[in-house]
Write a protein that binds this ligand. Structure first.
Ligand code: ADP
Ligand code: TRP
Length: 321
């Protein structure tokens, strides 16, 4: 079983990325073959500053390695180091019906947020399909916002196979219900582009500040509260043991427990949880040449698989004898 996933280096990673995707990426390393990559071709659709892009690529690499990505077991690389993915993307685009891409929400959502409507932004799902199909991936662990892109990938693979005969592995999505949509401090989906994140590795003061800013209703300390309706409790549930969670729920229901108290408990949890990873991240950041070596080694291993797939595809479609 081969797992594959990617994360865009388009900003600083947050609890939504971690619980929606990265935590599972790390867990799946035991017992499975994993390919994880930094989607820098994709990030070009939104990041137009070359220095920011370079910085974010290294930051994502450090984040992943700090939380436990094992570069020996796992193939860890940057997308643009495997140019065959763009070749496959072109071939796939020639079997992708326009309507399939026109239906995608993410393009519409992004232009609604004033991201420039470029051809790359529009055809993004085809490149994402190529990312997945070029490595013969079986399962793709992602958050719920990527569900439609996975459906598009499956459609494209099936269409290709219908036209040219069985060539591409049709992948399965893997979305975990409990963490499918991690809420941000405003209650909407936590996202780099909504300015509502709690960053995984922000300094203590910033984490406290973000958590203090979580929107709550105006119920006073003494009033009973429904735990399921508040973001503090929902975020706390990502970290707490079942007993701790039960205790917080009881306190809310009884009254006499304010949102400020719960926010303090949440801050503590976030900081404690990431503390060992933070330390590892600081150590890794002192040796960036090692991080670059890891990505270069991953690129070689990824290229070997990609080269075989592109050869197979080119033969099938008649670009090679
Ligand atoms: P962002 O929306 O912050 O730009 P990305 O699109 O780069 O995040 O997402 C990277 C991965 O993290 C994807 O698998 C995505 O589904 C997951 N993810 C992002 N935000 C959330 C969230 N709030 N809840 C659950 N998963 C998320
Ligand atoms: N589109 C994904 C996101 O915005 C990132 C991504 C690119 C990806 N290619 C992928 C995820 C392939 C999984 C598989 O989060």
């Amino acid at each position: 079983m081969r797992y594959l996933s990617g994360i865009q280096p388009s900003g600083v990673l947050h609890l939504g990325n971690y619980f929606g995707a990265m935590k599972r990426h790390i867990e799946r390393q035991s017992g499975h073959e994993c390919f994880y990559f930094i989607a820098d071709f994709h990030a070009l659709t939104t990041v137009k500053d070359p220095d920011s892009l370079r910085r974010h690529v290294l930051d994502v690499a450090l984040d992943y390695l700090a939380i436990g990505l094992d570069p020996v077991r796992t193939v860890f690389f940057r997308q643009s180091d495997v140019p065959q993915v763009v070749e496959l993307s072109w071939v796939l685009s020639t079997v992708t019906p326009m309507g399939l891409i026109e239906r995608c929400h993410s393009y519409k959502d992004k232009i609604a947020r004033s991201i420039e409507p470029t051809h790359g932004l529009f055809s993004y799902p085809v490149l994402m399909a190529a990312d997945i199909l070029i490595y013969d991936s079986d399962r793709v662990p992602v958050g719920k916002d990527q569900k439609q892109h996975l459906e598009v990938t499956r459609d494209i693979a099936q269409r290709f196979n219908a036209i040219y005969g069985e060539t591409l592995v049709v992948p399965e999505e893997e979305i975990e219900e409990a963490t499918a949509v991690v809420p941000g401090v405003d209650g909407q989906k936590m996202s780099k582009s909504y300015g509502n994140t709690i960053e995984m590795f922000a300094p203590e003061k910033m984490v406290d500040k973000a958590i203090k800013g979580i929107k709550t209703d105006s119920k006073g300390v003494e009033e009973p509260k429904d735990p399921n309706e508040n973001v503090v409790y929902r975020l706390y549930s990502l970290f707490a043991t079942p007993d701790e969670l039960f205790e917080m729920a009881e306190r809310f229901r009884k009254g006499g427990y304010g949102y400020g108290d719960a926010k303090k408990a949440l801050s503590r949890k976030v900081l404690d949880y990431f503390a060992p990873y933070r330390q590892r991240r600081e150590e890794l950041a002192r040796d960036l040449s090692r991080v670059r070596d890891i990505l270069n080694d991953g690129a070689k291993r990824a290229q070997a698989v990609a080269a075989r797939t592109i050869e197979r595809v080119y033969r099938r479609v008649g670009l090679r004898a």
